[in-house]
Write a protein that binds this ligand. Structure first.
Ligand code: EPU
Length: 305
């Protein structure tokens, strides 16, 4: 919990920001799990974010950026940090539209599915494979989110970041060493917006592809349940879901958390499960796969707090 004096100082720099203290993280994660964050702040401009980041740095307060909270497990005891919610920075701006190539700036806090809806409307191709992937743009870039063999790095040109001292700079995609579900950002940096490039296709074509992906996803993944997406990364040349399934993990349960019977890579919060249940289930399934196949699965989800 923040001291009263720190709270007052934070309120004083609020500008355009919405600030909430002791905000339950379960309200902001797709798993609906997590205790209170010391402060939960939603800036809507670069100036606001800069003031906030400088304040944290001057006061020695830990901070982290949260987008959709979709690949995230927040601790039951809460998060002793200033959680900076990216949702207020969600603009889309076309900067070039020539010969079927469209470049745009996209705010870090735009929902990925909001961006896809825009692409569908405008016939812009490049992200269809990410149909149904939850979360915001910034988080998707930080973890190089992907699906069906494509990832957000396919459309990325560059990112504008804010360093922990409030400096704003642009980094080219090539400098982010983007790989399978990974990207390397400078330590303490926050993504503010991204430059992306799309191809304009014939009317209806992007919509058709998105619909096709959606059908496949709904058949194979528990999209309507409370989850954090795939819990473990795929090991090389294999699928974590397949391995978990083959090791007999489907239906395994700890408290309110259960391994999905549709896709074993997903753990579902079926009945007010908590982070401890989730971590115990990760341990047990990890051990099972290791015993069965000698493979040590690596977590894909991020644990905070
Ligand atoms: N499989 C099983 N049992 C299961 C799940 C899968 O036998 O419970 C088998 C499938 O039948 C298939 C193979 O495993 O033969 C691969 O399954 P799938 O096509 O569903 O892909 P995946 O490798 O399990 C990856 C990503 C997903 C992404 C899908 C579709 C990871 C860890 N998983 O899953 O991404 O949606 O491909 O492209 O990278 C995520 O990262 O959160 C995520 C959901």
């Amino acid at each position: 919990m923040l001291k009263e004096s720190v709270r007052k100082e934070l309120m004083a720099i609020a500008m355009d920001m919405n600030i909430r203290f002791d905000e339950p993280m379960r309200e902001h994660t797709s798993l609906r799990i997590g205790g209170p964050a010391d402060a939960f702040v939603t800036p809507t401009s670069a100036d606001g974010l800069s003031a906030l980041v400088k304040f944290c740095s001057a006061k020695g307060l830990e901070n982290l950026m949260l987008g959709g909270g979709t690949n995230t497990l927040a601790a039951d005891a809460g998060v002793k940090s200033i959680v900076i919610h990216s949702g207020g920075m969600d603009e889309i701006e076309i900067i070039r539209d020539v010969d079927g190539k469209v470049e745009m700036n996209v705010g870090t806090g735009l929902r990925l599915q909001g961006l896809l809806a825009y692409c569908k409307r405008e016939g812009l191709s490049g992200l269809e494979g990410l149909t149904g992937v939850p979360g915001h743009v910034g988080g998707a870039i930080a973890g190089n989110a992907g699906s069906f063999g494509s990832s957000i790095s396919d459309v990325l040109i560059d990112v504008v970041i804010m360093d922990s001292d409030g400096t704003i700079r642009t980094i080219k995609k090539e400098e982010l060493s983007m790989g399978y579900r990974s990207a390397t950002l400078p330590s303490g940096a926050m993504i503010m917006r991204a430059g992306m490039r799309f191809n304009r296709l014939q009317e209806g074509e992007v919509a058709r592809r998105i619909q096709q992906y959606l059908i496949t996803k709904k058949d194979t993944q528990p999209l309507d349940s409370l989850s954090a997406g795939c819990v473990f990364k795929n090991p090389q040349e294999d699928s974590a879901g397949r391995l978990l399934d083959a090791a007999g993990c489907k239906g395994m349960r700890e408290g309110g958390i259960e391994v999905s019977s549709l896709h074993a890579g997903f753990f579902i919060n079926t009945d007010e499960g908590n982070a401890s249940d989730f971590l115990r289930l990760m341990d047990r399934t990890h051990v099972r796969v290791h015993e069965a196949f000698g493979i040590s699965l690596e977590p894909e989800i991020k644990v905070i707090g």
